[in-house]
Design a protein around this ligand. Structure first.
Ligand code: ACO
Length: 337
């Protein structure tokens, strides 16, 4: 049975840099608070054009990341037979962003599937790509994680706990069937616990509301994301560690074999707590949250693309990707690069 190997990576982030200092113009916050609590120094937010819309769509950012990954893989767009697009922020309510990618890349009717698993979207997407390849449904899968967070955030002091954490961006991986012994996705684990669904969410627009959104909902800020930050924080550290242990056991590896841990970039304190609980040296734990903040489904593919270009991720390395987020959902992939 072929395994799914990641043969190319790419990413794209908006040009506009928003520093912690910039945020103080909108809300009562400080560089010191944000840096201490999250490790974030700046994030990228899309510019708003004269027509009142972002200068790029989520799908356009995803397509730019995908083109870079396709070139890196040395394949042609026509080789892709399946798109898996992970986002919690589709450009429109429906259809999902995958079909826009099909059109933007000119893929000639490749399959397109969207995954709504928030911060865990890329981990679920990679597991799905592996399954599609092993089952013979697809041979070359484009897995994208992309988000426009900036337009949903409450930039007043009411929304500061969330607003300071998130950024925009997209990352992509080309995943292809490989017969090379030992290469590719060795194991994946996926979990959810829906009793916490409302503890990290964006409620409106809602299908159960005639008209989907009302002036009252807007006044209450239901179109902004909300969370119980300390609850998320505690669950995240525990579930990250459990998922790493579980995926290593499933793949027949030990923590000492891991060359690089690429965790979802939620908060530098979460990343450091997980690295230290797992007994990993800091250089084995990838972090770029200081530059980009939390780009939810995009953090892991952006991190993989940067790790490759920084020479920290090379052929033969054993990599663990792990994520936790809204749902709650969490999971991990064990990959021989
Ligand atoms: N600037 C200044 N003060 C703030 C800000 C801000 N941006 N946001 C909140 N505060 C205030 C609060 O109002 C509160 O004030 P009070 O004590 O007077 O009520 C106080 O700061 C809270 O401070 P702490 O308890 O020290 O905050 P904590 O250490 O819990 O950090 C944080 C908060 C950063 C949100 C943390 O809980 C966290 O990172 N949680 C995980 C959230 C997360 O990652 N969510 C992303 C989606 S899920 C995921 O990616 C895993």
């Amino acid at each position: 049975m072929p395994r799914a190997a990641i043969i190319g990576t790419g990413f794209h982030v908006p040009e506009r840099v928003v520093t912690n200092e910039d945020l103080t113009a909108w809300m009562d916050t400080s560089d010191e608070w944000i840096t201490q609590r999250s490790g974030i120094k700046e994030r990228r937010w899309l510019e708003i054009g004269p027509d009142g819309r972002t200068v790029e769509s989520g799908a356009e950012m995803g397509a730019r990341a995908a083109r870079m990954a396709i070139e890196d893989a040395g394949i042609e767009p026509a080789d892709i037979d399946q798109i898996i697009y992970a986002t919690l922020n589709p450009d429109v309510f429906f259809p999902g962003n995958g079909v826009f990618i099909e059109d933007l890349l000119g893929l000639k009717t490749a399959g397109a599937m969207d995954i709504r698993n928030q911060c865990t979207g890329f981990v679920y997407g990679l597991a799905a790509a592996d399954g599609f390849i092993q089952a013979g449904i697809a041979r070359t899968v484009l897995v994208i994680g992309g988000e426009i967070q900036s337009t949903a955030l409450d930039l007043s002091t009411r929304g500061r706990e969330m607003a300071v954490l998130f950024g925009d961006g997209a990352g992509a991986a080309v995943v292809q069937a490989s017969d090379e012994p030992g290469r590719g996705v060795l194991a994946s684990v996926l979990h959810s616990q829906g009793r916490f669904a409302l503890d990290l969410m964006l409620r409106s627009p809602e299908a159960v509301v005639p008209g989907r959104i009302t002036p009252e909902h807007l006044a209450q800020g239901q179109h902004h994301p909300t969370m119980d930050g300390s609850l998320v924080f505690k669950h995240a550290i525990r579930r990250f560690c459990e998922a790493i242990d579980e995926v290593l056991e499933k793949g027949g590896a030990a923590i000492g074999d891991v060359d690089l841990l690429v965790p979802h970039q939620a908060n530098q304190r979460i990343t450091e707590a997980v690295g230290s609980r797992m007994g990993l040296a800091p250089e084995k734990v990838f972090s770029n949250i200081a530059k980009y903040g939390n780009t939810t489904a995009a953090t892991i593919p952006i991190a993989l693309a940067e790790a490759v270009r920084e020479g920290r991720l090379r052929r033969g390395h054993l990599v663990v990707t792990v994520a936790f987020g809204s749902g709650f959902t969490w999971g991990a992939n064990l990959i021989r690069w």
